[in-house]
Design a protein around this ligand. Structure first.
Ligand code: FAD
Length: 368
């Protein structure tokens, strides 16, 4: 029997805890926030499940992960189909026949391809040197300027001409009238929200959960008293930033209750112009097809933000500098034989939920 400490009650920590506790190990989960579930936390307000840390849509082509997660919640048939608002003109996403028809009045896939190829000519024979040139070479100026430029610049806090080309490797172009954002086999939102998934994972007599508990308040004591530690916080912080700081992007959420039944008609609207300071507006009730109190709705505006110590680190910035620095931290981590580093912050990797589950299952199966 191993005595585990799991630092962080996000999806990685919860899956790991669930798996090792099932096998009879003793598990203590500590969480510095005042609630479980990390960034997938949802909270009911006016009968609506509010995605407190940004819109979370579960999608995967991994049947094993999809079957696994069904144990903890029933999923609805939600299909992500965001809409872009560019100065009041609405365009369907991802780029598909609806978008092309709205943009250029084309009707057939051939007409759309001809138009895209004509637009791409601007970069013909040139090697894209930055994100702007890369996007134009892939899809042309009209789509780039209306649907990519402003959104991307807000997201990264930098001009598209100063961002590296590799950020956009491919731009999927769908020549059908299909607004489904994802190509995955399975997709949905858990009926009744995400928090229940983590609650059920941790509902085991071998698991003790302590909220409002920061690992760094008693790091040395924890390292001494537990057989194994699964750490899902920031890897650079674990080592007291001794090799330097990794960079993250942060977000600020502004949530508002409105006395209307239906505010924007869709769960996700992206604001793709440069002037509107937020990138997206989420209307949470549409994740569950309008479920919630009559005459009430909850909307959240998402503002991208620079990160500094003390802010929530939402996205790792996986550029060359940071990836190299992460490799050095990983080297240090491998020498800590008591500690397993997992999840989005512990592995400094942009994981979707399905990938975090797959990784936590893989890693928890390689220990006692
Ligand atoms: P986290 O959820 O961050 O959990 C880590 C936990 O550790 C946190 O609760 C934190 O408080 C705790 N912790 C950290 N340090 C300490 C410490 N020192 N002491 C104690 N506790 C600590 N994925 C999808 O599949 N679909 C989506 O639509 C999607 N949308 C997203 C939108 C946004 C805005 C963001 C940020 C992410 C999105 N994701 C999405 C990704 C998804 O959130 C992650 O895959 C998942 O939450 C990662 O789980 P985790 O356990 O690695 O990290």
């Amino acid at each position: 029997m191993t005595n585990y400490l799991i630092v962080g009650s996000g999806l990685f920590g919860a899956v790991f805890a669930h798996e090792v506790a099932k096998r009879g190990n003793k598990v203590t989960v500590i969480e510095k926030r005042n609630h479980l579930a990390g960034n997938i936390y949802t909270k009911e307000v006016d009968g609506i499940q509010v995605h407190q840390y940004g819109a979370h849509i579960f999608h995967t082509s991994d049947k094993k992960v999809w079957d696994y997660v069904q144990q903890f919640a029933e999923f609805n048939r939600y299909t992500n189909s965001p809409v872009a608002n560019y100065y009041g003109k609405m365009y369907n996403l991802p780029f598909n026949m609806n978008t092309f028809s709205e943009m250029w009045g084309v009707r057939t896939p051939q007409e759309a391809m001809d138009k895209i190829n004509e637009q791409r000519q601007e970069m013909a024979g040139k090697d894209p040197q930055n994100l702007e040139e890369q996007a134009i070479s892939l899809i042309g100026r009209d789509i780039y300027e209306k649907l990519i430029k402003g959104y991307t610049e807000k997201q990264w806090g930098r001009k598209a001409t100063e961002l590296p080309a590799f950020i956009i490797k491919r731009l999927p172009v769908r020549l059908t009238y299909d607004n489904n954002y994802f190509n995955d086999d399975y997709q949905g939102i858990p009926k009744g929200g995400y928090t229940q998934i983590v609650e059920k994972m941790l509902d085991n007599e071998n698991i003790e959960v302590k909220l409002n508990t920061d690992f760094f308040d008693k790091k040395d004591e924890y390292l001494k008293n537990f057989d194994k530690i699964v750490y899902t916080g920031m890897i650079d912080k674990f080592f007291d930033y001794k090799l330097g700081e990794l960079e993250y992007r942060s977000l600020r959420f502004e949530t508002e209750e409105k006395d209307v039944d239906n505010y924007q008609g869709n769960a996700v609207i992206n604001y793709t112009d440069a002037e509107t300071p937020y990138t997206r507006v989420i209307e949470h009730k549409h994740f569950e097809f309008g479920k919630g109190d009559k005459g009430k709705t909850i909307v959240t505006r998402e503002y991208p933000a620079n990160w500094k110590r003390g802010d929530e680190p939402y996205y790792p910035v996986n550029n060359e500098r940071n990836n190299n620095l992460y490799k050095q931290y990983k080297g240090l981590a491998e020498k800590q034989n008591k500690v397993i580093f997992g999840g989005r912050l512990g592995q400094y990797k942009y994981y979707n939920m399905d990938q975090v589950i797959a990784e936590a299952l893989r890693m928890s199966n390689s220990v006692e």
